[in-house]
Design a protein around this ligand. Sequence first.
Ligand code: HAM
Length: 420
Amino acid sequence: MSTFQAPKGTYDLIPPHSATYLAVRDAIAAPVRRAGYGYVETPGFENVELFARGVGESTDIVTKEMYAFETKGGDRLALRPEGTASVLRAALQAGLHKGGNLPVKLWYSGSYYRYERPQKGRYRHFSQVGAEAIGAEDPALDAELVILAHDAYRSLGLRGFRILLNSLGDAKCRPVYRAALQEFLRGLDLDEDTRHRIDVNPLRVLDDKRPAVRSQLADAPLFRDHLCEDCRAYHAQVRELLTAAGIAFEDDPTLVRGLDYYTRTTFEFVHDGLGSQSAVGGGGRYDGLSEMIGGPALPSVGWALGVDRTVLALEAEGITLELPASTDVYAVPLGEEARQVLFAQVTELRRAGVATDLAYGGKGLKNAMKSANRSGARLALVAGERDLAEGLVQLKDLTSGEQRPVALDALVDEVRKALD
Ligand code: HAM
């Protein structure tokens, strides 16, 4: 029988590479936590209706990419394709918006699932870190989120990303723009699928990547020329705040995003070293989503950054994160008695906060020292029967090769000193 493989469009995170993923998640979360966002965790699946209503019945995510299924009990569920609808659902369910302390700021980190055509940077199982600020209409909040994502990427050393910014208007000006766009699109030479899209979701046509469609869109009406006075003023404030914070961004009037809940501010972080799957993160304002899923009016804004693509961006820029070694001290017992003594010492060292490992499996000295070197440890503890009889172990510096005996009862202190 052949061995099992990870399902198509998925991959495993394996040491040592997996350490980079953890570090990227931490680096994205750090600025967000400093800005008052609290951690939220929601189930990996939800009622399918939540996404159908929230993300949009006519989006690719809902019509083509959702892992939807019926349970044995007859519930219609879906693996979450994104986090925003779930996080808002959780906030509403817990009544977080009722405490009079708005916005409710939440961040999350987890796995998401989309049945997409797999390629480099596009997977069926991927990982996001996200942040949502629920229940406040304030351009400073939109700007805060863009700045936090920018700072997260910068803290990883990334430089080759750009920020694309747009406004998708509100319930007042969107229908006017939509009608103008539909009228324009109906005059073009388009295939049947795209013509259908003009009726259900005309803004998505602007996102069509096919050259034959693109070339016809050059004169399409742009939302920025149709924004109502409130949306125009709001967008101007977001832009001013970003500019004052020294954040460079590009206005992209064709940025429409793949989810239907957006209003006003939308943005995407794109990285130029990633080929076609260039969006490393994206987000925006979603003032109507709460009402769409049965809640009160709660204007909100947020983003999600793709961990997989952020790691690819690091690789594209040749950045290796400086990660602390997972093991500082590696213990090498020579013989059964030494094994027992060192096993106890390893536990003591770990309890004292020193990352310590032991040569398991009765390895000989040569093999055990090889493992010590491979572990990345700075120090080795070597103990044979003769040393132990005198209450000693050998402390070896694996960089310089120097070795000296230390008393067992002073071991934790001596190791700490040697690591300082
Ligand atoms: P999104 O643009 O669909 O937005 O996804 C955010 C990021 O997740 C993308 O920029 C990309 O880096 C990553 N991503 C998405 N799909 C895949 C995939 N198939 N493989 C690898 N990475 C992927 C959202 O999900 C919204 N919930 C963001 C948001 C939060 N808007 C407001 N609040």
